[in-house]
Design a binder for this molecule. Structure first.
Ligand code: PEP
Length: 250
């Protein structure tokens, strides 16, 4: 059975003191939640702190990125082993900001996926079309290609480590959200693409999150759609009250 998940991507926000304050709020508001997996992704430097703070509660910690190599001369980078070693076993890969600002390609992401799987990590794999793709009605093809080129090389049994996050780029941080119908249409398409490449069971069992300007006032109608299993939340994850309201809407 697929999991319901609400994950917060904090991006390059929250210093240590702010991280502690937000974690403390989240612990009291969401620490006892059941039926929904809650994940937070603070900046690398605060991951260990977050993991320590959250050991007693039902909130998991993810990294926002990871290098594809095991180790070596890659100044400024973080390896899977470093994450595992501080107890972090979930990583967000392929976020549109990584693709747009740091040149991450599908081919590079395929390598990162392999490395993360070698370390038995859970991957929140992000993908989604840009505005011009949707305007030219190319969005299904773009999304299918991102999946084929970045993810569809994995073995059948690796899918238990995968969570998908469909994030139309035009809806991220813009205040513009895909309508619940647009989200459902794409999520159903994603399941059909997985069924075609693998099988229906895998397609039915993978959790597919929607991301893109999810807020307390629109979460419920998006989450109500049958193929939407939760959300990857950016801006609204930085405020405990908003993130809690979103988590409770699932
Ligand atoms: C994101 O960056 O993954 C995201 C969904 O951001 P926002 O919620 O701010 O649109």
């Amino acid at each position: 059975m697929r999991k319901k998940i609400v994950a917060g991507n904090w991006k390059m926000n929250k210093n240590l003191a702010e991280t502690e304050a937000l974690l403390s709020d989240l612990k009291s508001k969401l620490g006892n939640i059941s039926g929904t997996q809650i994940i937070v992704a603070p900046t690398f430097v605060n991951l260990q702190k977050a993991n320590e703070e959250l050991t007693q509660v039902n909130i998991d910690v993810a990294a926002q990125n990871m290098h594809q190599s095991e180790n070596g001369a890659f100044t400024g980078e973080i390896s899977a082993d470093m994450l595992n070693n501080i107890g972090v076993d979930t990583v967000i890969l392929g976020h549109s900001e990584r693709r747009a600002y740091f040149g991450e390609t599908d081919a590079l992401l395929a390598q990162k996926v392999d490395t993360a799987l070698t370390h038995n990590m859970t991957i929140i794999f992000c993908f989604g079309e840009e505005l011009q793709d949707r305007k030219s009605e190319n969005h299904f093809a773009v999304v299918e290609n991102q999946l084929k080129n970045g993810l569809f090389h994995i073995d059948t049994n690796a899918w238990k480590n995968i969570v998908l996050a469909y994030e139309p780029v035009w809806a991220i941080g813009t205040g513009e959200t895909a309508s619940p119908e647009q989200a459902q249409e794409m999520h159903a398409f994603i399941r059909s693409a997985i069924a075609k490449a693998y099988d229906q069971t895998i397609a039915d069992e993978v959790s597919i999150l929607y991301g893109g300007s999810v807020k307390p006032n629109n979460a419920e109608e998006i989450f109500a759609k049958q193929d939407v299993d939760g959300g990857l939340i950016g801006g609204a994850a930085l405020d405990a009250e908003s993130f809690t309201a979103i988590a409770n809407a699932l």
